[in-house]
Structures are given as C-alpha cells and as structure tokens.
Design a protein around this ligand. Structure first.
Ligand code: SF4
Length: 477
C-alpha cells in the first residue's frame, strides 16, 4: 500500500507505539512536510518564523473547512437577506442549526436554500435552475438582498452566476450578490475574502446624514448566543452609536450606511480585515483590531473606542465607570473558580489566531496554562506574537490535523481542549474536558458576563468527576 494512503487512513506500524502513563498509545510522528508548521516555544527569543498561510498538506487531514464554508459563516448572519447555496445539496449542510447566529427580527437567515444540482444540471448547466429558484424565493420571502454562494461544481461547469445575478436584480429590484466561493479555490481564508468582496458591494449605498460623529462599526462579530447585543449595549452606555455589526444580527439597510461610521473595530481579524482595509481605502475609515473575550481585552476594546473619540472626555469617563462596575460584579465569583482551576493545562485550537491571544490571557487569569495553541488560518505576524506571549514549552501549530492534536494533548497531558465542533470528538476520545469556543456555542462567552460564563464552563468541564473513569486517567492510577 502506498505510504501516503497508509497515512491518510491512519495505519501505524508497531514501531510507532510508545508508552504514556504506563499504557501503550500510538506515538504519532509528524509528517516531514508538516514540521515547519509546528514550533515549540523555548525560554529564549522566538524561534524562526513558522510556515503558514499555505494550502493544507496532502495526506494530512486538515481541520480547515472549504472556501465556501468560509464565505457562508461570515455572511449568513445577515438576517433579512436570502442565502442560497448554488450546488449539490451536501454543500448546504452548513446551516443555522450548527452555527446559531441570533437575530432580533427577521429569521430568514435560518433557512438553508439550495439549488440541489443534479447530474442533468451538471451536464446542461445550472443557470436556469438558479434563476427560477431566486425568482420564486424572492417573491415568496421578500428579502432585502440575496447572496448566491458558488460551490465547487459551479466553478467546474462554468455557470455564469454574475449574469444571473444581474438579470434577477433587474427583475426584482433588490441587490443580488454572487459570492465566488468555489470550495477548491484556496483555503477558508479565501472564502472570507470572497464574502468581504460580496458584502462590500452594499456598502456606500445608504443615507448617512443622521450618523453620529461618535460612531463605530463592529466587524467580525456574529451574534453567537446574543454576544453582539452584549457588546452593542456596552458601547451604547458609553455614548457611542453602532451603525452596523457586520454581520451579527445585521440588516441590509445598516450595512448600506456603515460607511458613515468614524471607526471600524475588527474582532474576527481573519475574516474581516479585508473589508476594513477596503473601507479605509475608499472612505478613509481607520480600523483597530480588538477582542471581546476576557476582562483585559474587553476593557481594552472599550478604551480603544473611547480614546479615538477623545474630543468628548465624557465617553472615556463612562467607559471607565462601565469597566469598574462590570468587573466588580463578576470578580468574586471568578476568584472562586480560579481556586479550583490553578495549575490545570489547556490546549487551544481555533479558526483565527487572534482569538488565541485572548484565550491565553483568560486562562492565565484563571490560573491555568495554555500548553498547546494552534489555529487554522493564522499569519506569520500572528504566530510571532503567539510565540512572544506563550509560556516556555508551549507547542504552537498551524493548520493542524486530528492526529497531531491528539498527540500534543497526550504529550502535554492537558485537562481541557478549547476548540470547535471538529475538535470535540478528539477531546472526548482522549478522555479530556472540552469547551466549545466556536460558532456552535450556545452560551455567550464575549463581554464581562461572557468571561464569567467561560469560567463556569471551564470549571464544569475540568472538574467533572467523569474523567476519573476515562481509560487514560483510570489506567494511570
Ligand atoms: S469542498 Fe466543494 S463540494 Fe465540498 S462543501 Fe465545499 S463547496 Fe461543497
């Protein structure tokens, strides 16, 4: 059997077996091509730059999703738009059900429409089917805009999606936007870019005459479990208008006028920096990277906006008051959790690396250590910074796979894995607690209240008595 196939289906030779806590486990070796994407932080200066930002290695089962998925997660929280997946029905599996962005009004985004392309459509083309589906859906649902996601097969058969968009827009009078997100076109990051390009065609088309001089856009928050509402409320208490959140609980009308805001705050930098850069180029709106996770980063995000609007010192005073009140409300309980969590170790594997910075700081605040840190789409600068802020001995990894992550978790003997839906089974199979910090989460983890929720969840996972029965722990006794 060819070596690459053996690796893909997970066959390991007996020579790979090693010993861990008195039991045998498969000692997983890194593929040689993967080694430049893994760094172990030493005590000294950061090691050489990690390899990153490239296509996943063949034979290594990446945790990354496809280009289409990248576009879909970014755009679908726009609640009053129609989202239709042009492709086979399988691509439409990324629905609201597994990525629950909440809406305060229209629930149209919770539908997963698909053109369900079949063999005959692949042979004769899917344009007519797409146009008919759009006309029917727009007549029925009256959306404010429509997004059409191109999937792999559409790229292969060469449907002219842009021409269909133009025709349907002319017939219906609403913006009909093609998202060029064929799955094979690159990495998930290219999907983010395609999403930014599509949504940018709406920006600049609305009236901005009534936008406040102290106004911002929140870019890259997706209102998971209502997090956008928490953050909006903080800025409102400070006296700052949020023109639009792109895309959590977003409305097409708000996105049309978001070029009226004076500052863009970019939370999910991996997905939204491209949009922020285009708005800076065309409308002169500066942007800052922020994070709403953890006490330190949440406070910094509020102060960042207050500093920018320094012409009104009352905004900073209100920000300081807000931070004092919110921290006072959660601090005693946080300390109680910290007493139980001191010395515990965690592995972090997230989509964009910027969130990992916050998670390292949050874990430290809880007395814990991040022993493994990785991301799907970090860039060279992200990994340089991660090396700087990590503790000596931390394993830092780009675009990892399940076997590597399992290996690192065992090697570092972590008590908790923080990741998304694809990392959950890795943790549970190893007998390790898990915390969902991805789009599937049902508890808000952003903001000060989110910090407390996170501490509660980490404590409940790590301290659960169930782990004493997991084979890994049981056999080590
Ligand atoms: S890789 Fe292609 S076929 Fe698979 S989900 Fe993505 S767009 Fe669809």
């Amino acid at each position: 059997m060819p070596d690459i196939l053996r690796r893909q289906i997970g066959i390991f030779e007996p020579r790979y077996l090693g010993c861990y806590r008195n039991r045998m486990f498969p000692m997983i070796e890194l593929l040689p091509e993967r080694q430049p994407q893994v760094v172990r932080k030493t005590g000294g200066a950061p090691a050489a730059d990690m390899a990153c930002g490239k296509a996943s290695t063949a034979g290594s089962i990446s945790q990354r999703a496809c280009v289409f998925c990248g576009s879909r997660v970014v755009l679908y929280p726009i609640a009053d738009a129609l989202h239709i997946v042009h492709g086979p029905i399988g691509c439409a599996a990324y629905t609201w059900d597994i990525r629950g962005a909440l809406s305060s009004g229209s629930q149209l985004h919770r539908n997963s429409f698909s053109t369900d392309l079949q063999e005959m459509d692949v042979i004769f083309g899917g344009e007519k089917k797409l146009e008919a589906a759009l006309l029917e859906l727009i007549a029925h649902h009256q959306p404010k805009a429509a997004f059409i996601y191109s999937t792999c097969i559409v790229g292969l058969i060469g449907d002219d999606v842009s021409a269909v968009c133009k025709r349907v827009a002319a017939k219906t009078g609403i913006p009909v936007l093609g998202v060029h997100s064929e799955g094979f076109k690159g990495t998930k990051k290219d999907g983010y870019r395609a999403a930014c390009e599509a949504v940018y065609t709406l920006v600049g088309t609305g009236d901005i005459s009534d936008v406040s001089p102290h106004s911002i856009n929140i870019l890259g928050d997706f209102n998971l479990a209502g997090e956008t509402w928490i953050i909006r409320e903080y800025y409102k208490r400070m006296g700052i208008e949020v023109v639009s959140c792109v895309t959590g609980d977003a409305r097409v009308e708000d996105i049309r006028r978001c070029h009226g805001a004076k500052l863009n705050l970019v939370q999910c930098s991996g997905s939204m920096t491209h949009l922020a850069k285009m708005m800076k180029r065309d409308y002169g709106i500066p942007f800052k990277r922020v994070s709403y996770f953890g006490i330190e980063d949440m406070s910094a995000a509020l102060y960042e906006a207050a500093k920018y609007f320094g012409d009104d010192p009352a905004i900073m005073q209100r920000a300081q008051q807000l931070v004092r009140e919110e921290i006072a409300a959660i601090y005693p309980e946080l300390q109680r959790y910290k007493q139980k969590l001191i010395g515990k170790k965690a592995a972090i594997y997230v989509g964009g690396a910027f969130k990992a910075f916050s998670l390292i700081r949050i874990l430290r605040l809880l007395g814990m250590e991040a022993a493994v840190v990785g991301s799907q789409t970090g860039d060279a600068e992200d990994y340089r910074q991660l090396q700087e802020i990590s503790d000596p001995g931390t394993i830092i990894v780009d675009d990892s796979n399940p076997l590597e992550l399992a290996k690192f978790c065992l090697e570092k003997d972590v008590d908790l894995f923080i990741g998304g839906v694809k990392e959950r089974p890795i943790a549970y199979k190893l007998g390790i607690g898990f915390c969902d910090h991805n789009h599937e989460r049902k508890e808000p983890l952003a903001g000060f209240v989110g910090m407390l929720n996170f501490a509660k969840e980490v404590y409940a996972s790590v301290a659960s008595p169930v782990w004493q029965f997991a084979p890994r722990r049981a056999r080590s006794k």
